[in-house]
Design a protein around this ligand. Sequence first.
Ligand SMILES: CC(C)(COP(=O)(O)OP(=O)(O)OC[C@H]1O[C@@H](n2cnc3c(N)ncnc32)[C@H](O)[C@@H]1OP(=O)(O)O)[C@@H](O)C(=O)NCCC(=O)NCCS
Length: 173
Amino acid sequence: MELQVNSLWENNDGMTICTNKSFLDIEIIHSFLSNDSYWAKGIAKELVEAAIENSILCYGVYDGNPLNGPAKQIGFARVVSDFVRFSWLGDVFILPEYRGRGLSKWLVSVITEHPKLKGTSFQLATKDAHSLYGKYGFKPIDKIENRMCRPLDWESVYQGYEIDKKSRENSND
Ligand SMILES: CC(C)(COP(=O)(O)OP(=O)(O)OC[C@H]1O[C@@H](n2cnc3c(N)ncnc32)[C@H](O)[C@@H]1OP(=O)(O)O)[C@@H](O)C(=O)NCCC(=O)NCCS
């Protein structure tokens, strides 16, 4: 079975979810992550681009249908996965003016229903949206004492991309 890389979903409100990376608006994604997220504040644009390139599936949410012309990107999420046992969901956001109308629920339901993702162990980190993800089967990690995690080290990440430390001012974990 081939991986469907460019899938598209439309709702009755003129919104679209699409996995075609060429439609993604890097400026909007970088602006949100860098200025408004609590998990990647100050992140360099090159790292956002690299994360998108290296994520197996990226989901853009659009006001309009990007296949039919310009459509504004209003949300995003990306998935890292081996499509067998492990998946990780990250960088989920909906722009403030589009919140409260079910778009993130639609987005997470589309992602978790992907035929090659739906059976995998799916992980994510969240400060306060546990009940959102709980609707789609996410639970606190079982047997946490059997899990280990090597913390994110921004310093080394930036070094790995040979990006000047100055460009990461204000970034935090
Ligand atoms: C979290 C976020 C994606 C929700 O998007 P949204 O499109 O407004 O959400 P929806 O309208 O689909 O509704 C979300 C549902 O999850 C619930 N929820 C749980 N935690 C929530 C949270 N932190 N923020 C918003 N809704 C939350 C809502 O109550 C709602 O449930 P309900 O329909 O039973 O009332 C959006 O507020 C956002 O982008 N926030 C900033 C970035 C962020 O925190 N991302 C998540 C990182 S894990």
